[in-house]
Design a protein around this ligand. Structure first.
Ligand SMILES: [Zn+2]
Length: 709
């Protein structure tokens, strides 16, 4: 098998209900305030060879308004309905496009209807597929649906004999017939949706040591990873059970799925009592997207929002950001923080701030397809961290625990979360949630007028901090001074130490706005420099070095390919990279270096291919890049590099457009076969996908760091 090359993937770990708005159908445009589906009893048979299903679905529907005489469900037109009955009587219905209109429904406030239907899964989407070996079916792709809070679900699934099935709940029956197997699953715990139904041939590993049963289903070729998945899932489940609320489902399954599921920017999907992880997660060389970075987030979805049910507009804060932060807490507890966990050095931070600077950011609270907003995951995670800094660790952990307990199996709103945070911390936090969750934007802060004077045996450093710009924000922020003894101790791996003080800008308790405040710090030595927010606790505008990893955030791109020498080789390389990037949401144009205008160079993302002797545009622009060629050879750190299998890649700010990025991919010879990966560096020297050397540009941010003379 050819291993697929690693693509530019964003971190997106989307939850199925977000897809409700991005899929072909939406539950939002039907009268879903009139009724609610409270139970499904499904008998579903899969016919993989015919690519077909047949189904009898008994829905229990609760009326939310007494006078409802007819209701409308969503239901794909691909299915042929045989009949719809209630208490044995036929019900009139109309199945038009995506809608199923039911007339003359029973007058009871709670009633059952039975829908018998069948159809081919001839349509291919990002959400449903039935093949001869496997099925991945999304609830909205195969069942009638509307607003739901499911108190009970039974799924009887008939599949080919050697298949397994993974759905929400507990397996209560398992019978084999001639060439098929019946699985009966029941979920008695309330769930906000069924989500997905998975079935197929898998290599399976079970954990049976008496706790919550955990099962891992992977493809045969990935079986060597099953034990690692199981142990990580188990550790995360244990941590969350102890710190949030006891896990409330009868099992947890982790299922491998193919890479098409959910579209290219999705890596994993959570559903009640199981998690689907894409094959790519097992094969990628990008540590940011590997299992260790993904699975703890997905397991946390069993609480947020599969225990505390939320509204769609709160998904960024109460689901994705909360799961990111839960994974961070889990890794913090084990001492295994990954690149995803470091907020101040997060690979998406520059992309997030660039989005803000361009005015293209959105408030966290609003309905959005989060698959196209990877920076929302980071922003939301940052906001949870800032809340923790304000209320303190013990209140913060109490908040997650109490939220899970009080709102278990209930619909909860952002206001509920805020009020709970306010009650537990005994603070008014309206300003915090308005500024960070309901509004868009990120503050810009500046430290200035800094002076140190000797006072007796000590040094007094004073200065001011102000909010830059017209937008009003309120925040606590630390100011630190670095002492010569700290600076000396700053060897590799030694954390920086500071003497710090904390100030508050913005609205005070009397309602007056202060956008400029003084500070004062006493120290035993004369400080070397003063730093605003030395630990990166506050999300704020800052200068960060451009990195190749900034290419995680998909955009429009122009590849400029050299034609002076090796033009075919360079074109093939550019085509290979552009195919990989387009699969994850990029739109790429490839042009020859002979006909490039200023307008071309003003594209937000420009990628140059070839050495100066191969590419005329590179010949003109190479002076803009810190690392250069001398004729055909490369000199890095005074060393001339001859190895023909290497490629140098660099990323800088595009000099022709603000917030743009310019990358230069320079293979040392035609023997080089570089993969363009989102490296967390400004430049790399690679052989294939292996890093040989790398580094990042030094950036001075005068708004945040002041040298003391
Ligand atoms: Zn997620």
């Amino acid at each position: 098998m050819i291993q697929c090359s690693v693509r530019f993937l964003i971190c997106c770990l989307i939850l199925h209900f977000i897809c409700i708005q991005c899929g072909s159908v939406s539950a939002q445009d039907i009268d879903d305030d009139k009724f609610e589906i409270v139970a499904h009893r499904i008998r579903l048979q899969l016919y993989p060879l015919a690519n077909a299903i047949s189904c009898i679905d008994t829905l229990s529907i609760k009326k939310r308004s007494k006078d409802a005489e007819h209701i409308t469900l969503k239901f794909l037109p691909a299915y042929k309905i045989e009949r719809i009955t209630s208490k044995g009587n036929d019900i009139d219905y109309k199945h038009e496009k995506d809608y199923l209109h039911l007339d003359d429904i029973p007058s009871d406030s709670l009633f059952d209807i039975v829908i018998t239907y069948s159809g081919n899964l001839a349509f291919r989407s990002e959400f449903n597929l039935l093949t001869k070996d496997r099925a991945v079916l999304r609830e909205e792709g195969i069942l009638p649906y509307g607003r739901r809070t499911l108190q009970f679900v039974r799924i009887s699934l008939v599949v080919p004999k050697d298949w397994e099935t993974i759905v929400p709940g507990r397996l209560i029956r398992h019978d084999s017939f001639n060439d098929s197997t019946l699985f009966v699953w029941e979920c008695g715990e309330p769930i906000p949706m069924i989500g997905w139904i998975c079935a197929g041939k898998f290599w399976t590993l079970k954990d049976d040591d008496g706790g919550i049963p955990i099962t891992v289903h992977v493809f045969e070729e990935d079986s060597s990873q099953a034990r690692k998945i199981l142990s990580l899932a188990k550790d995360a489940l244990t941590y969350y059970s102890e710190n949030f609320s006891p896990y409330r489902f009868p099992k947890l399954s982790v299922v491998e799925v193919e890479d098409w599921v959910g579209g290219p920017s999705v890596l994993a999907i959570a559903a009640p009592s199981f998690v689907m992880v894409k094959k790519l997660v097992f094969t990628t060389a990008d540590t940011y997207n590997q299992l260790e970075a993904i699975l703890p987030h997905e397991v946390a979805h069993q609480w947020w929002p599969l225990t505390a049910f939320i509204e769609d507009e709160d998904a960024a804060f109460l689901a994705e950001g909360m799961c990111e932060y839960s994974a961070l807490l889990f890794n913090e507890s084990r001492g295994t923080k990954t690149a995803r966990d470091s907020l101040g050095h997060h690979p998406l931070l520059r992309s997030l701030l660039a989005r803000v600077s361009k005015g293209k950011d959105l408030p966290l609270q609003q309905k959005a397809d989060l698959r196209s907003l990877p920076t929302h995951y980071l922003k939301s995670c940052y906001v949870h961290n800032m809340l923790r800094n304000i209320v303190g660790d013990s209140v913060f952990f109490q908040l997650y625990r109490e939220y899970a307990r009080r709102f278990a199996a209930k619909r909860v709103s952002m206001d509920d979360f805020q009020h709970l945070a306010e009650n537990l911390s005994e603070r008014e936090l309206d300003w915090f949630f308005n500024q960070w969750v309901k509004r868009k934007g990120v503050p810009r802060l500046k430290i200035y007028n800094v002076k140190s004077t000797q006072v007796g045996a000590q040094w007094k450093t004073h200065g001011r901090v102000r909010m830059v710009g017209y937008d009003k924000y309120t925040t606590f922020i630390d100011i630190g001074v670095e002492l010569p003894s700290h600076a000396e101790a700053l060897g590799e791996g030694v954390p920086s130490g500071h003497v710090t003080t904390r100030v508050k800008l913005g609205i005070d308790s009397a309602g007056t706005y202060h956008n400029d405040v003084p500070f004062e710090i006493l120290s035993d030595e004369k400080p070397v420099r003063a730093i605003l927010d030395p630990d990166g606790d506050v999300l704020k505008i800052q200068k960060l070095p451009v990195k190749l990893g900034d290419l995680r955030d998909p955009a429009d791109g122009l590849m400029i390919v050299g034609t002076l020498h090796n033009s075919e080789y360079l074109l093939d390389l550019a085509r290979k990279h552009s195919e990989q990037m387009e699969r994850s949401g990029w739109s790429i144009e490839i042009k020859a270096d002979t006909n490039i205008t200023l307008g071309d160079l003003q594209t937000e993302r420009v990628l140059l291919y070839g050495k100066p002797t191969e590419n005329g545009v590179v010949e003109d622009l190479q002076g803009r890049f810190p690392l250069r060629f001398h004729r055909d050879s490369l000199v890095i750190h005074n060393e001339t590099i001859f190895d023909s299998t290497l490629t140098l890649m660099q990323a800088i700010e595009n000099p022709f457009i603000p917030q743009g990025i310019m990358c230069w991919i320079a293979p040392l010879s035609r023997k080089a076969e570089p993969d363009l990966l989102p490296y967390n560096h400004s430049w790399v020297l690679v052989r294939g996908k292996d890093e040989i050397a790398s580094g990042s540009w030094e950036v001075r941010d005068e708004d945040l760091v002041v040298e003391i003379r």
